[in-house]
Design a protein around this ligand. Sequence first.
Ligand code: PEP
Ligand code: MG
Length: 409
Amino acid sequence: MRLSDATVKIIFDSRRQETLTAELFSENFSACASIPSGKSRSSFEAFVLAPHRAVEIFNKEVKSELLSKDFLFQEDFDNFLIKLDGTNNKSRLGGNLILSLSLAFARLKAKAEGLELFDYINKLYRGSLHYLPPSFIPKPIFNVINGGAHAKNKLEFQEFQIIPQHSSFKDGFEAARKFYKELGENLNKEFGKEEISLGDEGGYSTPFRSNDEAFQELKQISSKFFWRTGSFSFHLSCDAAANSFFIKSENKYKINEEKFSPEELYLYHEHLIHKYSLIALEDPFCENAFSDFSKINKQKGVYIIADDLTSTNPSRLKMAINSASADALIIKPNQIGSLSETLEVARLAHKSGWQLIVSHRSGETEDDFIADLAVGLSAWGIKAGAPATPERLSKYHRLLEIEKIISRL
Ligand code: PEP
Ligand code: MG
């Protein structure tokens, strides 16, 4: 496919910070993609180039190269940019610039082939030999209480989540919206309106004194739903994002002014997993704690999810697979910086029997690419924040649309 034009511009994300949006044109089509940004980033993520510098380098060096070539496949396009960058962590062109072009190219190519984006991704992911049309929507993991790096409150854990158990996404989304509303009303009563705000991912930020209190609140509402409907509607889960309360020099974690050794943190997690029947726990330890992850991964009935540990990076994932550190991983395209490499990581995890959870970032745009990505990968779950605020809702709205499309197939 030949490109007739290409632009990269600056827009603002949900934290009102500058980010990139790319638009690619072929003879008959055009397609855009915008890039999110993380706040609790690991040390292994692709380099984020300052947006102004990225636009400059795109116009000076990249654009003319792209317009002079004919790219038959996604991999050709991505590999061309990776080679042009020439560094290990995409520090010359920026992971953000390369990814914006890579995702826009995927959308353009899907249009040119007359495919839905999730179908295009599915074909790339599986290869034509193993092609199976996507048949389900991944479980939505709604982050309804925010703490850690995403909110200004006392909670060390970053995300307190609910996972609806409904068989259709539409019903689960509806139930999550009711849960979120009821949670807001309860918190207003308990703390007063002026004490409640929203964190970066649209979940509530409140003066809870401990992680335990936040889970307690979710458990209470979940039980009320159970009594009202007669069926068990929600699982609870959590992203501890332990990197953000890890004190490297002491190999300790700080929770509620107390310092926890890795062994003590293990016991703390074990207590929460059992008390609140957590179905998944993300990043229980810091980004290099492969063996602490392995110990907790022996717990039955709970998925241990790697995010900062694996950073959507094949070599980090291989280390985690070799040490059996987790049984699920977060897929964030901007941690690695191209669609083809994201798919490579997903394939590797899937081959090892790991579950995939496609994730947004805390700084988001209204781009809904990850909804199609999650469906295209047949992921177990998708994290896209609270069922509120436009940049989170755009992903859920696209999933509603995809559910309708799939039901007609
Ligand atoms: C996360 O840690 O899973 C997350 C989405 O946070 P951020 O985007 O801030 O890295
Ligand atoms: Mg995380």
